[in-house]
Design a protein around this ligand. Structure first.
Ligand code: PLP
Length: 451
């Protein structure tokens, strides 16, 4: 076991962090987190903060869920690994598939395909979408449409449908045949439309136009997050996803809901699709499926897909795709218990109640601090503040400003996530009223420090 001094001295030296310039990490070493309990994390110097990031949108049940820890330990004892590739499977993976299909029956889910995380889930869904159309004798349906500002992970498929150039340009050329439509982002959009319902209609029309331009017969799927997450927590008007579903149906296009963040209660509903009353053809899940305690994911598959793959008699319905860790028994055992714990604690209701308090508290902060340009939330514990240099120009706040808010809040006892000009809030769903009040007061301190 190395000493704390050794760990600090080697911080930002031997490993490159995701989404970080190695030189920046050396100049501003990251905070070293060494412990956690409940909704709090502790750094190497013993400073404790509420984790308003929830790990990375995934630690919905907090850090002290003994049932999940015991399930992981128990599974490591009985069967630490066995493959689910053709010919073998494992009991935990079977139990989990049953539970997931039961839990997501309102979304029309009938089958599960396991992955090792969110990017794998997106890649899997995109591949299955193309295979689905081939099985139906429409091999020319290969293109994908998605939303600007969407985030779908970092594999080449996901990066190609990502709607933020930050995650794309350094890795080009990406997958050909991927096109983006404007996001229903009321604060900034190409239509200068501030009414959410009218904006939803304009974005849906943009989808129709793009389909007509590309030719519906060339498009495999439209992929969207029910609430844009990493793009800055952008909830659409409630009419948007149902309109998208209808457009996809009318044009023979599959709808993939990327629910890597929104599944399992974060939005105050059990999934983003359920929140908007939509049944997608596939749902990508990961993150909270194991509460962040084990890397795991699943693509959940609806009736349209099931019918075509299982009805295939040509042999072409074989799924030539999968991961060594698809259906990992330890992840599956963790997920089985996570689902039970999620329901037992009814985290969706708590997310809705605490989320409403957080959202109104954020609006009160915006009334007090001019630099808060936009407040987004209102659907569970998923919220963001967009910070601007001034409200009239809406020029995004600079990195120094964001850092002041971040460091001040950290000292005041709250870990925030900064993404460009956005402060993202996605705390564990087991948050208390007092925790919400503490997050708001740390944010207040952060903005007050800007003078
Ligand atoms: N899809 C969405 C909506 C996400 O938010 C993320 C990650 O944040 C991913 C996909 C990628 O998941 P992972 O980082 O587990 O590969």
């Amino acid at each position: 076991m190395k000493t704390a001094n050794f760990i600090k001295e080697n911080n930002a030296r031997q490993f490159w962090q995701p989404m970080t310039h190695p030189a920046d990490a050396q100049a501003n070493p990251p905070k070293i987190i060494t412990g956690a309990s409940g909704v709090r994390i502790r750094d190497i110097d013993g400073h404790e903060t509420i984790d308003a990031v929830g790990g990375l949108w995934n630690v919905n049940l907090g850090y002290s869920n003994d049932a999940v820890k015991q399930a992981i330990a128990g599974q490591l004892d009985s069967l630490p690994y066995y493959s689910t590739f053709r010919g073998t499977t494992n009991d935990a993976a079977i139990e989990l598939a049953y539970d997931l299909c039961d839990f997501f029956a309102p979304e029309g889910i009938q089958r599960a395909f396991y992955t090792s995380g969110g990017s794998d889930s997106v890649e899997t869904a995109l591949r299955l979408a193309r295979q689905y159309h081939k099985l139906r004798g429409q091999p020319q349906r290969t293109k994908f449409l998605s939303l600007k500002k969407g985030y779908h992970g970092t594999h080449f498929g996901g990066a190609s449908v990502n709607g933020n150039n930050k995650f794309r340009t350094d890795y080009e050329p990406l997958l050909p045949g991927c096109f983006h439509i404007p996001a229903p982002y009321t604060y900034r959009n190409p239509f200068n439309e501030t009414d959410p319902a009218r904006l939803a209609q304009l974005c849906a029309q943009a989808l129709e136009d793009e389909i007509a331009f590309q030719g519906a017969e060339t498009i495999a799927a439209f992929i969207m997050e029910p609430i844009l997450g990493a793009g800055g927590v952008i909830p659409p008007h409630e009419s948007f996803m149902p309109m998208v579903r209808e457009i996809c149906d009318r044009n023979g296009i599959l709808l993939i809901a990327d629910e890597v963040i929104t599944a399992f209660g974060r939005t105050g509903a059990w999934s983003g699709s359920r929140l908007w009353g939509v049944q997608p053809d596939m749902m990508c899940t990961a993150k909270a499926i194991t509460n962040g305690y084990f890397p795991f994911g699943a693509v959940l598959i609806g009736a349209r897909m099931t019918e075509v793959f299982e009805g295939d008699t040509s042999g072409k319905g074989a799924i030539s795709h999968g991961y060594t860790y698809s259906g990992h028994p330890v992840g599956a055992a963790a997920a089985v218990v996570c689902l039970k714990e999620t329901l037992k604690a009814d985290v969706a209701s708590n997310a809705a109640a605490r989320g409403a308090e957080l959202y109104s508290g954020l609006q009160a902060l915006a009334a007090k601090h001019e630099m808060i340009g936009d407040v987004r939330g209102g659907h569970g514990l998923m919220a963001a503040l967009e910070v601007v240099a001034d409200r009239a120009s809406k020029a995004p706040a600079n990195a120094a400003t964001m850092n002041t808010v971040y460091e001040t809040a950290y000292r005041a006892g709250v870990m925030l996530r900064i993404s460009g000009p956005n402060i993202i809030l996605s705390p564990p769903l087991v948050l208390s009223e007092q925790d919400v009040a503490d997050i708001l007061s740390a944010l207040d301190a952060g903005f007050t420090a800007l003078g």
